[in-house]
Design a binder for this molecule. Structure first.
Ligand code: AMP
Length: 282
């Protein structure tokens, strides 16, 4: 595995691989790797000749009061994990390398951002779309792998690829969970011990919602109320949002039908956790 820190080196290496007809699988991450990331890497390894992992905590996608400074980082551990997943190139640029000057062009996401994390994290998806556009131009991937844990991100990137005609195939991978159901996240280490126990209620509330839908409930308000009640009763976390939309369009629904996303965000002392389920209603 080669660790690459400059854009120029990365592009040269990729162009060389592409000139030999190799397919490139790309997994963008912010590091502090866990099984969710490793599942993406594993899938990329199976489907491509070359696997590129990027590790970059992108300042552009954090708000001024968010956890950019506290975001967990451990490059040596990540490097060893990447090596064991048979990554070919680990792209690990500095902030100065990615953003040497203040940008003269910005990517602004117009749709699918007025809901869910877009409304509670203004500018977040512009930051994501900007860094992903840069990565697509640097890595030139055949396939790019994203987790459904960040389902809104998947929807936004789908829009980016389609609107800008980017020649890449997006592969969306199912959420990987801890044994007790908590969605794996780099941020879970910043939960207090009591909060870690309580956090299992996030997925439990989504499962309860799914069960109610299976039994025939079609009123989104009733489902949302049910989730809020379960979380409110069983955790000290403060609900940021619980919302239901069509997926991937992210349009409001008066009645549950088609493919929907039930998504939530809950704030704990030092971290804000997100989770969702995407389900198809016949
Ligand atoms: P992050 O490092 O949090 O930016 O995540 C990098 C990629 O891994 C994103 O596409 C995430 O959606 C994905 N990811 C993070 N956690 C999980 C998980 N528990 N299951 C599946 N994918 C995940």
């Amino acid at each position: 595995m080669k660790v690459v820190t400059t854009i120029k080196d990365m592009q040269e290496l990729i162009l060389k691989q592409k000139s030999q007809g190799k397919s490139i699988g790309f997994v963008p991450t912010m590091g502090f790797l866990h099984e969710g990331h490793l599942t993406l890497l594993n899938r990329a390894r199976k489907e491509n000749d070359i696997v590129v992992l990027s590790i970059f905590v992108n300042p552009l996608q954090f708000g001024p009061k968010e956890d950019y400074a506290e975001y967990p980082r451990d490059f040596e551990r990540d490097r060893a994990l990447a090596e064991s997943e048979k990554v070919d190139f680990l792209f690990y640029p500095s902030v100065e390398e990615m953003y040497p000057t203040s940008p003269s062009v910005k990517v602004t996401v117009q749709e699918r951002t007025d809901v869910l994390c877009g409304s509670s994290r203004p500018g977040h998806f512009d930051g994501v779309a900007t860094v992903i556009t840069k990565f697509f131009n640097i890595i030139m991937p055949t396939r790019a792998y994203f987790g459904k844990k960040d389902a809104q991100q998947v929807a936004v990137i789908e829009g980016l690829i389609s609107d800008f005609n980017i020649p890449v195939n997006l592969v969306a991978v199912d959420i990987v969970r801890e044994n007790d159901g908590l969605a794996k996240s780099s941020r879970n280490v910043n939960l207090l011990p009591t909060e870690r126990k309580e956090a299992t209620v996030l997925y439990q509330s989504l499962q309860a919602a799914n069960a109610a839908i299976d039994k025939g409930e079609r009123d989104p308000i009733k489902i949302i109320d049910m989730i809020c009640e379960v979380i409110g009763n069983e955790s000290s976390g403060v609900i940021d949002y619980v919302q239901i939309y069509s997926y991937p369009q992210l349009k409001p629904l008066e009645k549950l039908e088609g493919t929907i996303i039930i998504a939530l965000a809950v704030k704990f002392t030092k971290v804000r956790l997100i989770d969702n389920i995407i389900t198809k209603i016949d």
